[in-house]
Write a protein that binds this ligand. Structure first.
Ligand code: BG6
Length: 464
């Protein structure tokens, strides 16, 4: 993370204060950043001290001395995203500072802005020289980072991609999904492809269904204006949940890095077929700030999809996510098929799950049948657990810390390739949302009660 200029466009926003600046501070404290600059820019008339003091609220166990040193490298510039000259001024300001501080000019430009600005701001960056086209072998690199949501649908995502491609090489572009940097998500491919007990079984012969569940306790907070236009399907499924499906279902890449992984993920996303869906909305959602009265936007989704390739033909994938639920948890359940119960008197019908808990308390757990003590020929389910923190300690870096590290390293596996993002949107666009039933649910519950009918209809036990 050394010798890098971090330029945050949209520095007055929530993402910068809540995630990016705290992640950079944590890396500074960890000692990975000695020579660096952070230049924040946004339209708001703000002082750098205001941004820094708001950032502090999101840092646990702050060391005041360290934060002061960190703050000395932070600068703020007012910038109107529609003003081409403003970008030229920002470029000159950045270049002068880099010279003064002895930095080589490696720049990481973070678009912490709405995706409606992506094309125009990219164009201004290129025209002003704030970021210029570089070749992969260039040592002084410029990298551009785009947050999700990347567009609003397939057409807008395609337009943004085309706009970026006019000015920059794909190798410079990082469309990020912070789920791809979660420790246990990174572990999925490794566990799958390095264990003989899993890989041979990872197909439609032995797997019954796959469930990806992302539950959140919080509601939409103060993001009503954004969320009401997107909803859970576009805010969570289009990116985080589909990327998890892609990682779970992909074929073995030639290497576990960059292009190889992206290629295999894209192949899965290209083959997704939508099958069934229900929506939910938590009671009280329409009274949240920024939400339209009578809004029909979903805060909960449960859906069934298939991956139409030989490995997964006929195997349903269930995705479920919602806000204001009874817990905050991201978990993946892989349900293996039932064996014929010939030798035992009775077999539990619901065993042999591999459960991957991404957060909190990352863990793998394998449910197996074992003999019930004291009873001949009867089995009960037992769990074999691998608790990540028990073995490796609690200190798992935040996903934004990993993300920034990986981008500085030039690792593109944390970035969603242009075709991947378009396939994911194509899948979302294939769902006629006007036809999807919307059910209400109580905050703090496990979702709408009609979820039971959905599960019954598909003959599946949906796990939470
Ligand atoms: C974001 C969504 O991408 O992910 C939010 O926009 C959601 O609505 C968040 O709350 C969840 O991330 P995490 O890491 O807390 O599971």
């Amino acid at each position: 993370m050394n010798d890098v200029t971090f330029i945050v466009l949209g520095a007055s926003g929530d993402l910068a204060r809540r995630k990016l600046l705290p992640a950079l501070y944590a890396q500074f404290v960890a000692g990975t950043m000695e020579k660096f600059l952070i230049i924040g820019a946004a339209i708001d008339v703000l002082s750098r001290d205001q941004i820094l003091s708001e950032t502090k609220l999101f840092i646990k166990d702050i060391d005041e001395g360290q934060f002061k040193k960190f703050s000395e490298r932070f600068y703020y510039q007012e910038l109107d995203f529609a003003d081409a000259d403003g970008f030229s001024r920002l470029n000159m300001f950045t270049g002068d500072l880099e010279k003064k501080k002895g930095l080589s000019g490696k720049r990481l430009i973070y678009f912490a802005t709405a995706s409606s600005f992506y094309c125009s701001v990219t164009t201004h960056c290129a025209a002003s020289g704030l970021a210029v086209k570089k070749e992969p072998q260039d040592t002084v690199w410029h990298r551009l980072i785009y947050e999700k949501p990347f567009g609003y649908d397939g057409i807008s995502a395609h337009e943004i991609n085309a706009c970026i491609a006019q000015h920059f090489n794909e190798a410079q572009v990082y469309r990020i999904d912070h789920y791809l940097t979660k420790e246990l998500v990174g572990n999925i491919a490794l566990v799958r492809f390095t264990n003989c007990v899993f890989e041979p079984l990872w197909n439609n012969r032995y797997i019954d269904n796959v469930q990806v569940v992302v539950s959140e306790e919080d509601g939409i907070g103060d993001r009503g204006g954004y969320y009401d236009n997107y909803g859970a399907l576009k805010d969570m499924v289009q990116n985080h949940l589909l990327e998890l499906v892609a990682l779970l279902a992909m074929e073995a890449p030639e290497q576990l890095s960059g292009e190889y992984i992206r290629q295999e993920r894209a192949r899965v996303l290209q083959k997704l077929r939508f099958s069934d869906i229900i929506f939910g909305q938590y009671e009280g959602y329409t009274s949240e700030p920024g939400v339209r009265p009578g809004s029909q936007t979903e805060t909960f989704v449960a859906l069934q999809l298939y991956v139409d390739n030989p490995r997964w033909a006929g195997i349903p994938f269930y995705l479920k996510t919602g806000k204001k639920l009874d817990k905050k948890e991201t978990v993946i359940h892989i349900k293996f098929k039932q064996v014929d119960c010939l030798l035992a008197r009775k077999c539990p019908s619901d065993t042999n799950y591999l459960t991957i808990r991404v957060s909190p308390d990352p863990a793998f757990s394998l449910t197996l049948n074992a003999k019930k003590p004291g009873v001949p020929n009867e089995v009960v389910p037992v769990n074999m657990d691998f608790c990540h923190s028990c073995l490796f300690g609690e200190a798992i870096p935040d996903s934004y810390e990993i993300l920034l590290q990986e981008i500085v390293r030039g690792e593109q596996a944390v970035s969603v390739r242009s075709d991947e993002i378009e396939y994911a949107w194509k899948f979302i666009d294939s769902i006629d949302q006007t036809e999807v039933p919307l059910y209400m649910y109580k905050p703090g519950s496990s979702g709408p009660k009609e979820l039971e009918d959905f599960a019954y209809k598909h003959g599946v036990r949906l796990r939470s």
